[in-house]
Design a protein around this ligand. Structure first.
Ligand code: ZN
Length: 250
């Protein structure tokens, strides 16, 4: 039951809903962004007393409403600093601009609309929910890696005549890629942020592991057959973590 008439009389008090609870032993007020002001009453409580009760709790309601509003405003103000305005994918030579659009929702799902021709991502939902925004941006990156990195690996494999079995995209903290004894290759989606020649080297490196499952002289000899600059490229990977955007690590 929503008490519309009450909120007209008490213009400064938020509209409230009344919920009858089997478990409630006494009247309880709760205030949240999701549910607004809620009056929870026991089954045997007289409904007609609710407006008076809300009036009596007026100070508590206003004080807590202010706190909630301030917290919301704070979160809104943080959003531009915490979330990226753009995503630079050096490997693909793409820089995606990101637009955030607040829409009224109680869900934690953020919709990502990809405008490929303009390299623009439009995020819609409760964009004050920074954790959710980051989560869905990361999902977008993983999907992009699944499409673009896997296609790339396929090409390098064909060219080098080094076949593999399957490929999977992972989110790893310290590994750019790996190759199992069964010739299954894993790639870190964060490779998308690196320069193309570095990514190409990582793909080749993992493909060479399908022949030599170690870093023996034979392995490096095979790598050098395809990439003479492998020493410098391999060393650059130790520093490459620095250009991975900080917002991804939450
Ligand atoms: Zn290796």
């Amino acid at each position: 039951m929503t008490s519309g008439s009450q909120s007209l009389i008490n213009a400064d008090l938020p509209a409230y809903t009344v919920r009858v609870s089997d478990r409630a032993k006494s009247v309880r007020l709760s205030l949240s962004v999701e549910a607004g002001l809620e009056v929870v009453i026991p089954v045997d409580y007289d409904h007609h007393k609710v407006p008076e009760l809300v009036q009596k709790k007026r100070d508590w309601i206003l004080r807590n409403q202010l706190k909630l509003d301030q917290r919301e405003a704070f979160l809104q103000a943080q959003a531009p600093h915490e979330l990226p305005d753009s995503i630079k994918l050096r490997s693909l030579n793409e820089e995606w601009q990101i637009e955030y659009r607040q829409s009224p929702t109680k869900l934690r799902t953020i919709n990502i609309n990809e405008k490929e021709a303009e390299l623009r991502l439009i995020l819609t939902g409760n964009i004050a929910d920074i954790v959710a925004c980051k989560f869905f941006l990361k999902q977008w990156l993983i999907q992009k890696a699944e499409k673009d990195l896997c296609r790339w690996l396929h090409k390098v494999s064909d060219r080098a005549k080094l076949p593999y079995r399957t490929t999977a995209v992972r989110s790893q903290k310290t590994l750019w890629g790996s190759c199992s004894g069964n010739r299954n290759i894993s790639l870190n989606y964060k490779l998308l942020f690196l320069e193309a020649n570095v990514v190409e080297y990582v793909l080749l490196h993992e493909l060479c592991h399908t022949v030599h499952m170690n870093h023996s002289d034979k392995f490096w000899k095979l790598v050098s057959k395809f990439e003479s600059n492998y020493l410098i490229l391999d060393k650059s990977l130790n520093q490459a973590w620095k250009i991975i955007p900080a917002w991804l690590d939450f």
